[in-house]
Design a protein around this ligand. Structure first.
Ligand code: C2E
Ligand code: MG
Ligand code: MG
Ligand code: MG
Length: 292
């Protein structure tokens, strides 16, 4: 009977797939059921970041994955926006943070490998966000200097004054802050100068074909120049070919990530969080803590 029930669920799901809104609703209900038990269907993969000059690994970016038993992996670009619309990204993002801190702390403690975590607008807007980050740093023992939080322009530009204050709180913990997908949003130079940042991540749309396309080359050159004048580090995203790698290195980009340098990979067995490490515990005060 159980097998039959599962089959029916699957058939129902496939039928719903034919309608956009139906798929959305169904995925949302699956998400609601999955988020309270993240270890069952979610996982965090780590994509290497490498210094372009000599190829030495500097750290990695934590990337969330969701795998449904009946359907396989659900693309992040599909489920993360749903988690953001429903507010589920707040507990889910906290789980990723907890996992990344635990895994990061387990990586050769002597080596200064960094771990980057993506932060959504709803997480960043919470008045207890910095306290949540501090709590997971303390529980994991991760050196704060090794944690980098990735914010997007959409997250910080909504209210630059308030964002700068929230970012200063985070910076005071000793963590680093990166602006993700840089160049695709609407940052003005004056905004950039007001934000306490450490890193600009060059969006992969400028990395694609950078060796051959003069316009992409000019954009990367401008971003690198901007980063230098503000004292920021640059990370190029989505490097797929040796030609792109060489062009970015020669343009002065410091670090990079991409399929050429390493796929997102599972943490080594027995490393960090494990099945029980961060299970069922939250540092944040739970729902109801609105933007502040
Ligand atoms: P992102 O933060 O810009 O992450 C980089 C994305 O580029 C990842 O996609 C990664 O797998 C992909 N990528 C890496 N190297 C290459 C490459 O060489 N070529 C190409 N074409 N793509 C490459 P992914 O994992 O599908 O994640 C998509 C987006 O979902 C992320 O973009 C990020 O905005 C969001 N995301 C992922 N994990 C989390 C999370 O834990 N929390 C939040 N809030 N957002 C997340
Ligand atoms: Mg990112
Ligand atoms: Mg990005
Ligand atoms: Mg992206």
């Amino acid at each position: 009977y159980r097998a039959k029930q599962r089959r029916n669920t699957f058939v129902f799901f496939e039928a719903e797939m034919t309608r956009q809104s139906g798929e959305r609703l169904h995925l949302v209900s699956l998400l609601r059921r999955a988020v309270p038990r993240p270890h069952e269907t979610f996982g965090v993969l780590y994509q290497p970041q490498v210094r372009l000059e000599d190829g030495v690994r500097t750290g990695s970016e934590a990337l969330l994955r969701w795998t449904l038993p009946d359907r396989g992996p659900v693309p992040p670009d599909l489920f993360i926006p749903l988690a953001e619309e429903t507010g589920l990204i707040v507990p889910l993002g906290e789980w990723v943070l907890a996992q990344a801190c635990a895994h990061g702390a387990a990586w050769s403690p002597g080596a200064a490998l960094s771990v980057a975590v993506n932060v959504s607008a709803l997480q960043f807007a919470r008045t207890d966000f910095a306290a949540t980050v501090r709590c997971w740093l303390e529980r994991s023992g991760l050196d704060p200097a090794r944690l980098e939080l990735e914010l997007t322009e959409r997250v910080v530009l909504d209210d630059v004054g308030r964002s700068a204050a929230r970012m200063a709180e985070l910076r005071a913990l000793g963590v680093r802050l990166a602006l993700d997908d840089f160049g695709t949003g609407y940052s003005s130079l004056s905004c950039l100068s007001r934000l306490p940042l450490d890193t600009l991540k060059v969006d992969r749309s400028f990395v694609r074909g950078v060796h051959a396309d003069a316009a992409s080359g000019a954009v990367v050159r401008a971003i690198v120049g901007l980063a230098r004048s503000f004292g920021l580090r640059t990370v190029a995203e989505g490097i797929e070919t040796p030609e792109e790698y060489r062009a970015l290195r020669d343009l002065g980009c410091e670090t990079g990530q991409g399929y050429l340098l390493g796929l997102p990979e599972a943490p080594a067995a027995g490393e960090g969080a494990g099945p029980s490490g961060a299970r069922g515990r939250r540092c944040s005060s739970g729902p109801g803590n609105g933007p502040g």
